[in-house]
Design a protein around this ligand. Structure first.
Ligand code: PLP
Length: 378
């Protein structure tokens, strides 16, 4: 069967092919600790599960509106006010999976031939969407020596008349780095003056181990040129619910909802009810997850340093990005042989080469066991 040029450009997220292979090894009896995919080993809080179950059992199994039910968007507006200090209207909010939002935002801001500035290494969905749509990715190499921080000066020199979108991701997947406030402010001013949209991907904003800098979403109140992206996956361990949202100027949020309507119709109402429960009742659980991940981070960082890996202590998210000697795919295989699944840094871009991404959203027991297996490698 013929494939379109777009289909040929699709690369997806290479980590899922690796995950599949890891699953096959497990089926053959190999014992593996999963530190590869960015999915917490924990289940969501009970209130969330109950809200979802009650909604399904009460018959919430029909289509609903594409932009998200009002009750959820009202809760989201309150939560945005608490975190970002401005109150969006429900019409500024569209509810959809965060991953899909990245695709929709890129396609609603860019045409073929336009340019998007992305950090390298970065979350692979950005580059996969750019690769299949024929929109040009302009990579900003991030430097280990500078803590993998995205800097204003490196962004500014890549802005051209074709730049339509700049993607910021702080805290970052895969490095856990957080941007400095002064870089965010200057990038915001530059983007605003040149009518460039910023997609600020803050799906890890509540998993920050130090005070986060002022977001471009707060500077703009998402009224002019900033789209804020959030997800329930990481903060509430709800990855399987596929629930997220964007906050954007009203006309833009409406277009994103039309994309949603065209492709998915809507998010299931019972999933959205779970989202309301997460926002209403479970602020305490976010703190619990963060404190726990912090303990895991500190232990893993100490252990990796003791083993001789060069590695920054991440300021946010739940990933460690140590350097390895030699090829990262070879290192990935070595770890797997010893029963620890981690990801090659090059899955996240050319400048991820020579690193491994280790997800520590796990039990301390599993992390301790993974460390003892790693000690066998060094
Ligand atoms: N943005 C970043 C930086 C991510 O790491 C992820 C998922 O890993 C997403 C967006 C997508 O989030 P979700 O899985 O909730 O769609």
């Amino acid at each position: 069967m013929n494939l379109s040029e777009q289909a040929r450009g699709l690369v997806g997220q290479p980590m899922f092919a690796f995950k599949k292979r890891v699953g096959e090894l497990e089926k053959k009896g190999k014992n593996i600790i999963h530190l590869e995919i960015g999915d917490s080993c924990y289940t969501p809080p009970d209130d969330v599960l109950m809200a979802c179950a009650e909604s399904v059992l009460s018959g919430d199994t029909h289509y609903t509106n594409a932009c998200g039910i009002d009750e959820l968007r009202e809760e989201i507006a309150k939560s945005v006010f608490e975190e970002y200090g401005f109150f969006p209207t429900v019409d500024n909010i569209a509810v959809l999976p965060a991953n899909a939002a990245i695709d929709f935002v890129i396609r609603c801001t860019c045409d073929v031939g336009d340019e998007v500035i992305v950090p390298d290494p970065c979350f692979p969905t950005y580059t996969s969407v750019l690769s299949y749509t024929g929109i040009t990715a302009v990579a900003v190499p991030l430097d280990y020596k500078d803590g993998f921080k995205l800097r204003y000066k490196d962004v500014a020199k890549r802005v051209s008349s074709k730049t339509k979108l700049i993607i910021l991701n702080s805290p970052s997947n895969p490095t856990g780095a957080m941007m400095d406030g002064k870089d965010i402010a200057k990038i915001y001013d530059l983007a605003r003056s040149k009518h460039i949209t910023i997609l600020t991907d803050e799906v890890y904003s509540k998993i920050a181990y130090k005070l986060p800098p002022l977001s471009s979403a707060t500077m703009d109140k998402c009224r002019s040129n900033v789209v804020l992206l959030k997800s329930f996956s990481k903060e509430y361990a709800m990855a399987g619910f596929r629930l997220g949202y964007i906050v954007a100027p009203e006309h833009f949020a409406r277009k994103i909802s039309l994309m949603m309507e065209t492709i998915f119709s809507c998010m299931p109402r019972f999933i959205q009810k779970a989202g309301i429960a997460a926002l209403e009742y479970n602020k305490g659980s976010v703190t619990w997850y963060r404190e726990h991940y912090k303990e895991c981070r500190d232990y893993l960082h100490r252990s990796l340093n003791n083993m001789g890996f060069k590695c920054h202590k991440p300021d946010g998210a739940f990933y460690m990005f140590p350097k390895v000697t030699g090829d990262d795919k070879t290192a990935q295989e070595k770890f797997l042989k010893h029963g620890v699944a981690v990801l090659a840094g090059s899955y996240f871009g050319y400048h991820g080469n020579g690193h491994l991404r280790i997800c520590f959203a796990n039990t301390m027991e599993n992390i301790r066991e993974a460390v003892s297996r790693m000690e066998g490698i060094c």
